[in-house]
Design a protein around this ligand. Sequence first.
Ligand code: SF4
Length: 335
Amino acid sequence: MEEDKSLKLLQRAVPLLLEWYGVSKRTLPWRGTKDPYRILVSEIMLQQTRVETVKGYYLTFLEKFPTAEALAAADEADVLKAWEGLGYYSRARNLQKAAKTIAKAGFPRDFQGVRALSGVGDYTAGAILSIAYDLPCPAVDGNVLRILTRLLESEENIDDERSRKKFREALREVYPAQAGDFCQALMELGAIVCVPNGLPLCGECPWREICRAHQSGRELDFPVRSEKKKRRVVALNVCVLRKGNKFALKKREEKGLLAGLYEFPVFEGSPPDFGRVLKEKRAKHVFTHLEWHMTGQLIEANEYFPQYIWATKEEIERGYAIPNAFKAFTEWLRT
Ligand code: SF4
């Protein structure tokens, strides 16, 4: 960054953004609250899940666990069940751990304290402190970096932690008193105007007159990133075994990917002969570093194979959290 000029440009950008946010922000269920626990829940849910999906879960989750104390005291199985469909379940476990800390010692009010909560990184800590307490704690994630590198035409590689730090520090210098609105306005601009995929909607952007990348027609040259590592692809056979009105399930290992959740019998190689195949379909699920390419079969099982848990559709819906990765096959529970 040409430090001085960039800082001046950022200073001009702040009031324009706040004014735009005042009239253009979306109505979202977590907007408007200053309750740090509710903000924590929304931020954790939003970490790896789209806004549209989170909308459907946030209020229901808070009805079940309205306070940190309620979440701290809940059964882990109930928490995971309420999280079912949001994916990345370690977030739910961490959230409950954080709730236990908060229930004991109250919600922390400084960066170190919030950052020390389980599952909370720099971005989430910044967002909570800005939104709940209007503190000048920048929350800088990929969205914020995209809009800032475009505004400033900055060649900083945003995958480099040092660049993130530079942007955090630059933002701290221009943070206005309405820290919560500013933090959310940055996120909102990245979500609905200066979008990650496809062309940004510069015509609707409050920064269109001052944005350097827009002035030079180089919007898509930013942000600069390191080359992406390829995801590992794993081919899996998923066997949905049905006998009478029951289905076979297996609990996953307590550690690692989707730990402790339930799945249909899954095989990396060919599955054993369980019975007559009724239906077959393919599905793909993409994790951060891994892709599952799945071939699923609905099978009329020859017997109640004793290595599995057998449960009805209703029992599964009540008590067994099956990860979203198997969504294409859970549809068969209704057949
Ligand atoms: S003018 Fe365009 S490129 Fe620049 S910040 Fe706005 S939407 Fe992004």
